[in-house]
Design a binder for this molecule. Structure first.
Ligand SMILES: Nc1ncnc2c1ncn2[C@@H]1O[C@H](COP(=O)(O)OP(=O)(O)OP(=O)(O)O)[C@@H](O)[C@H]1O
Length: 398
């Protein structure tokens, strides 16, 4: 189906195991050429960027699909976790029937994938045809600083001090335990009542639990979509969830890695996908993602795929730590300059020239691969499962 010649990104030595089919080489005349594959035998940090509507989340979905389609022997090494801020990956359980012909031209056919969808308790009833599982984070997985950020409280204020005291007085707690602890403290009435109100508000978000853990999303071979789109107007809670998740998964994998040195792998390697990643970079979540996942994630086997419309908002660290950048059409000067500053010496062409080769083709991307020290122009393959990110189409309803 793929022919003889192929391009393998993210791996120097060949081999046919652990490959994701990403798409095909895109020639200047728009015709497609040899297939392009991504390695998953080693951990990777991948940044997908591009202007609105040119294929970031589609490409992310294609990579997720390829994990779901890996043979079980390889797939069971991984747990795939998708932080879905807009609820656009939740329809991957349905086939992409609209692209049947296009898929057939690639030797593929429409296919709904075996995915698990998680959502906060108050949002699990939003799905027509799937039973979403309830997602909770352990209340104790957030630091006093995270809580202060979430509640808009200055950590150095009396409110911050009382809150930190209540959090640090127990190893495991529910939000109700924190409220009780604060009510029985010798804080002033003013501090007690405002913390009470704020904690009651976050308790209503139905996401915290004293007993939650992440075992459900760490099943070998599983593809887990965590739909946070119900928290549309509360970016603070989304970043707390990402902070909790990324910190806990880091700890789980560091612990597992120690045991793997002497024995069998019981805890899967993690590939975490985060769309709209710029939302998280200036928060506690961004610290964990940059310092623990991007800088130290290789050894514990953590791979991160970030997508953003605004690479300039991610900061230099993210651009320099990514070992692969998949860049769809970009037109904002700030974003092009940010990538230009991070351009490795083996990319001979200035970024704006390389990007001009893409034209306005949706799904076309320049891929810079640090492992093979090369860059390529690729058209990402069509999706076999339904993509939820397209614009709604206006129809004449007369
Ligand atoms: N590789 C591709 N093959 C075919 N169509 C594609 C491809 N990539 C993108 N498209 C088309 O472009 C549309 C927009 O892509 P996508 O939803 O990924 O945009 P985006 O870059 O994530 O935008 P936003 O920033 O608004 O989320 C898709 O709905 C799809 O119709």
């Amino acid at each position: 189906m793929y022919g003889d010649k192929r391009y393998l990104l993210g791996r120097r030595d060949g081999g046919s195991d652990g490959l994701l089919f990403l798409g095909r080489y895109l020639a200047l005349d728009g015709s497609s050429g040899s297939p392009v594959f991504l390695d998953v035998l080693k951990p990777h940090a991948i940044l997908i960027c591009g202007k609105r509507g040119y294929g970031k989340s589609y490409t992310m979905g294609t990579i997720i699909e390829e994990f779901a389609r890996l043979p079980a022997g390889i797939r069971n090494n991984f747990s795939v976790i998708v932080v879905d801020t807009m609820g656009i990956f939740t329809c991957m359980g349905s086939p992409n029937l609209a692209e049947k012909k296009y898929l057939e031209s690639e030797g593929l056919s429409p296919e709904g994938l075996n995915i698990k969808i998680f959502a906060p308790g108050i949002h699990t009833g939003r799905y027509d045809d799937v039973d979403a599982l309830t997602f909770k984070i352990p209340s104790s997985s957030l630091s006093p600083y995270d809580y202060c950020e979430l509640l808009g409280v200055d950590p150095l204020s009396p409110h911050g001090a009382v809150l930190a005291g209540a959090i640090c007085s127990r190893n495991k707690f529910s939000i109700e335990d924190l409220i009780a602890e604060i009510n029985s403290s010798d804080a002033t009435d003013d501090v007690r009542s405002s913390l009470n109100g704020l904690l009651t508000m976050i308790s209503a978000w139905d996401i915290f639990s004293a007993d939650a853990d992440y075992s459900q999303i760490m099943e070998p071979g599983s593809v887990n979509i965590i739909d946070l789109s119900g928290y549309g107007h509360e970016p603070g809670i989304k970043s707390c969830i990402v902070a909790s998740l990324s910190r806990a998964l880091y700890d789980i994998r560091v612990e597992a890695r120690r045991k793997e040195n002497t024995g069998y792998r019981r805890t899967p390697l993690v590939w975490m996908f985060i769309d709209e990643a710029h939302m998280f970079m200036d928060t506690g979540a961004g610290n964990v993602l940059i310092n623990e996942w991007l800088r130290q994630g290789r050894q514990p086997g953590l791979s991160l795929v970030l997508a953003t419309q605004r690479p300039s908002a991610l900061g230099r660290d993210v651009l320099s730590q990514a070992d692969m950048i998949i860049c769809h059409r970009l037109t904002l000067r700030d974003d092009i300059e940010a990538l230009e500053k991070a351009r490795p010496s083996y990319v001979k062409e200035p970024v704006n020239e390389a990007l001009s080769r893409l034209g306005a083709i949706r799904g076309a991307a320049v891929i810079v691969d640090d492992t093979t020290e090369s860059y390529h122009v690729v058209k990402v393959r069509p999706r076999v499962s339904l993509h939820g990110g397209g614009e709604p189409i206006v129809r004449n309803v007369d």
